[in-house]
Design a protein around this ligand. Structure first.
Ligand SMILES: [Mn+2]
Length: 367
C-alpha cells in the first residue's frame, strides 16, 4: 500500500543445517487454526518458524493474531515476512481517505480491532486525522513491528516471499510490490534452481474440476505454493510446509482444519466428471430452487449441478455461489474423512486435502 515501488527489504537469517524449518502462510487472523496447526506439528524452541505473510485481515482476530506473532518473535526462532494484507505501517505516515470505508465494508481487520480497543465505534469514526493520531499514541509498537518486516527471505536452498519471485535477478532487484502481489503466479511457468516458497493465492484456484487444499510441491520447478485458504474457503485448511534441513531439497507438509474426523464404512468410486465452481467464476442460473439443494447451471460452461441452497448469494434467476463441487470422492471402507457438511443426501467431506461427496454411511464416533 505504501512503498510498493521501492526496493524490497531482504532478510538472510542464519539457519543451521538439520534444524527443522516450518513455513506457514496466509493465517488471515484465524487464530484457532494457527494454534491448532502449531500443536499438530509439535512446534517448539528447536524449530524455526517462518510466517510467509498475510497473518492479518479477512479473519476474526487481527489484533490478537498480531500480538501473538509479536510475542513469538521475541525468542528469535519465529521469522515473519510481510504480506500485502499486513502492510498497515503507512497509516501513521500518510493520510489515505479510503481507510474508513475499507474498515466499514469489511467490518473486521486490524484497524477495526484497534478502533474497538480505543473505545471507538468503527462505524462512526472521528475525523481521519484524529483517528490516526489516536492509533499512533496507542499502538506505536504494533505499527513499527509491521513496518520493519522484510518482504522476502533467503536461507540455504530456499527463498521465501508472500506472492511472487522473478527469476534471473537478485531479490534486491525486486520492488516490494512485485514480491507481495501477484495472482496465479505459479501459472507463469517459472522454474528455479533453489526452492521458492509462496502463499497469497489459494492453491485450489489452480485446480480444474476438483478441489484440493494441500500445498502444491513442484519438485521439477522448485516451487511450493502453500496457501490453503483457511479463511476464504469453507473447506480450506492451514498448511505448514516442513523443511527438515534448509541445506537440502526435501520438503513435506502437514495441514490443519477443524472438521470432525469420521470413518468411511463403504467403498465408493469417483465420479467420472465433476466441476469446481470457484470465486471469480461463480455465476450460476438457478433452474430449480429447493430448500436444501438447488439445481443450478454454471453460466460460463453450461454445466448443471446441485448446489446447497445456503451457498447461493441471492434470490434472483442469476446468482453467485460459494465455492462448491459435485465431485464424488473415491473412498475405501476404513478411510478417514473430515466432515464439512452433513446433508439429507450424504456428506460433503475432505479426504487427504481433497473435497467431495460421500453418499455411504459413516461410523458414529468422530475420532
Ligand atoms: Mn496476500
Amino acid at each position: 500500500m505504501s512503498g510498493y515501488d521501492e526496493p524490497a527489504r531482504i532478510l538472510r537469517p542464519q539457519i543451521e543445517a538439520g534444524r527443522r524449518v516450518l513455513v506457514i502462510s496466509d493465517i488471515h487472523a484465524n487464530l484457532p487454526y494457527f494454534e491448532g496447526l502449531l500443536q499438530k506439528v509439535g512446534f517448539g524452541a528447536d524449530d524455526v518458524l517462518i510466517l510467509n505473510g498475510d497473518f492479518l485481515e479477512k479473519g476474526a482476530e487481527s489484533l490478537r493474531t498480531l500480538r501473538r506473532v509479536m510475542a513469538m518473535t521475541e525468542k528469535g526462532n519465529v521469522l515473519p515476512i510481510l504480506g500485502n494484507c499486513d502492510d498497515w505501517g503507512f497509516v501513521l505516515r500518510e493520510e489515505r481517505p479510503w481507510v474508513p470505508g475499507y474498515m466499514q465494508r469489511r467490518k473486521k481487520g486490524l484497524l477495526w480491532d484497534m478502533a474497538l480497543e480505543l473505545g471507538l465505534d468503527p462505524l462512526a469514526l472521528p475525523e481521519l486525522a484524529d483517528f490516526r493520531a489516536r492509533l499512533a499514541r496507542r499502538f506505536p509498537e504494533e505499527f513499527s513491528f509491521l513496518d520493519a518486516l522484510p518482504h522476502a527471505m533467503e536461507a540455504g536452498r530456499y527463498v521465501f516471499a508472500h506472492a511472487a519471485v522473478y527469476p534471473g535477478r537478485p531479490l534486491e532487484a525486486h520492488t516490494a510490490g512485485e514480491l507481495l502481489r501477484c495472482d496465479a503466479w505459479y501459472k507463469l511457468g517459472y522454474r528455479f534452481d533453489r526452492w521458492v516458497v509462496v502463499g497469497h493465492y489459494p492453491v485450489m484456484l489452480y485446480c480444474e474440476d476438483t478441489v484440493c487444499a494441500n500445498p502444491i510441491l513442484d519438485r521439477e520447478r522448485h516451487i511450493a505454493c502453500i496457501d490453503g485458504a483457511c479463511v476464504l474457503k469453507d473447506d480450506g485448511q492451514l498448511n505448514c510446509l516442513i523443511i527438515p534441513d534448509i541445506t537440502k531439497d526435501e520438503v513435506a507438509f502437514e495441514a490443519y482444519d477443524p472438521f470432525p474426523v469420521r470413518r468411511v464404512l463403504q467403498d465408493q468410486t469417483a465420479s467420472r466428471r465433476s466441476a469446481y465452481i470457484r470465486w471469480g467464476d461463480s455465476r450460476v442460473q438457478v433452474l430449480e430452487r429447493g430448500e436444501e439443494f438447488s439445481r443450478c447451471r454454471h453460466v460460463r460452461t453450461g454445466y448443471e449441478l446441485d448446489i446447497l441452497t445456503k451457498y447461493l448469494f441471492s434470490e434472483g434467476e442469476f446468482t453467485d455461489c460459494n465455492d462448491c463441487t459435485d465431485y464424488v470422492l473415491p473412498l475405501r471402507a476404513g478411510d478417514l474423512v473430515g466432515v464439512v457438511e452433513e446433508t439429507s443426501r450424504g456428506y460433503f467431506v475432505k479426504h487427504n486435502g481433497v473435497s467431495g461427496w460421500y453418499f455411504g454411511p459413516l461410523a458414529e464416533e468422530s475420532l
